[in-house]
Design a protein around this ligand. Structure first.
Ligand code: ATP
Length: 367
């Protein structure tokens, strides 16, 4: 691993910000550190950059323990949300500054500056001052300045959050291209799950100072490790369920029995569990019949609301248990107040022990 965090823990006074966080980033990999505001992402970045000395745990770079090493001795570059370019320096002087700090001689420095300005497509702006650039261009200069010294690790701390949506998406593509062309090992910090999933080789999802899940984006989305990951990575309906039989494992969900055979789960009879299912994994039938090829479970309910999202409808159905689920549908939806059947396949259910952080029986969750 190029970067490794081992049981990283940090407290500000008595407040715990990061608790026992461990993960690694392999050479050339782009890992997204994803989580809501306040979950500890920036504290992790600061510990890797050397701006925070962790209360406990280790940070290693290329296998060497740098936990207590000063920031300037680490080959780590950081790009923040807000520009940190020097306003009195031109674009090329800003990029050169980072190289001078790393001891690159002035001759080669000019060539490297030109190379990296070309990489971020800003060769024509080399003599401009930061105030003369757009927000997107300033972030591209930041990227060039950060990548030019060829750091061991590039830390990107919410680098796109200050930009508007279309620019954010364009620059996201630029980051992916620059990362691929340079092969720089990257830790990309964001609270935006779409951004993280679009960019990352792997995700590390944080919740309240701890790691809630690690994995490839699609794997984690389809097989979330905790209820938090299920709801944070895309949308998820949560239904309460109760274990009614163990052989084969059977739950009541939305007033109906759902059998999950061949499982190794050990939920005892009568125990409450929570059941997650994505809105696009649910079907809607206004007539009630679902056919033999249809979903394995059909939950009767009434349409409570329909939201027209432009590219689809979000149909909220109130089930007989009074629980509500959202069903995504592209065809014309049934009207509010209409009786419908919500169809689902048992294989699309993810089951968690109620009140627990961990999933019960991984094999149960995705058959
Ligand atoms: P955001 O996306 O809002 O920046 P984050 O996920 O990066 O959030 P951190 O900034 O690492 O989270 O903060 C984690 C916790 O530590 C929060 O509860 C925050 O209030 C607290 N915290 C962060 N910095 C300090 C500090 N310098 N002094 C005291 N508490 C702090």
């Amino acid at each position: 691993m190029m970067l490794e965090l081992e049981s990283l823990t940090h407290r500000y006074g008595t407040e715990s910000a990061v608790d026992d966080v461990s993960f690694g980033v392999a050479e050339g990999e782009l890992v997204a550190l994803l989580g809501p505001s306040g979950c500890g992402k920036t504290t992790v970045v600061q510990a890797v950059a050397g701006h925070v000395r962790p209360t406990a745990g280790r940070v290693t770079l290329r296998g060497a323990d740098v936990t207590d090493a000063p920031p300037e001795s680490r080959q780590v570059s950081v790009v923040f949300q807000q520009s940190t370019l020097y306003p009195h320096m031109t674009v090329s002087e800003n990029v050169a500054y980072g190289l001078r700090a790393r001891g690159v001689e002035s001759g080669p420095r000019a060539d490297v500056v030109s190379e990296y300005l070309e990489l971020v497509d800003l060769s024509e702006q080399r003599d401009a001052y930061p105030a003369e650039l757009s927000g997107g261009q300033r972030q591209r200069v930041e990227l060039a300045r950060a990548v030019a010294p060829e750091p061991d690790v590039l830390l990107l701390d919410e680098p796109l959050s200050a930009l508007d949506r279309s620019l954010r998406e364009r620059l996201r593509g630029e980051i992916a291209r620059i990362q691929q062309e340079t092969g720089v090992t990257t830790l990309f910090v964001t609270h935006d799950q779409a951004e993280a999933m679009a960019l990352a080789d792997r995700l590390v999802v944080m919740d309240d100072g701890s790691v809630a899940g690690v994995g490839e984006p699609r794997t984690l989305y389809e097989s979330p490790s905790t209820p938090f990951v299920a709801s944070f990575l895309g949308r998820s309906n949560e239904l309460s369920a109760t274990v009614v039989r163990q052989e084969p494992l059977t739950f009541t969900v939305g007033g109906q029995e759902v059998v999950l055979p061949d499982s190794r789960a050990d939920g005892s009879i009568g125990s409450a569990v929570s059941c997650h299912v994505r809105p696009d994994d649910l079907t809607l039938d206004a007539g009630g019949g679902l056919g033999s090829d249809g979903p394995s479970v059909s939950l009767p309910g009434t349409v409570a609301r329909v939201a027209d999202m432009g590219c689809r409808y979000d149909v909220t159905v109130r089930l007989e248990t009074e629980e509500e689920v959202i069903v995504e549908r592209t065809e014309t939806p049934p009207a509010t107040g209409e009786s419908v059947s919500v169809g689902l396949l048992a294989e699309n259910l993810t089951i968690f022990g109620a009140g627990q952080r961990d999933r019960i029986g991984v094999d149960v969750a995705r058959l």
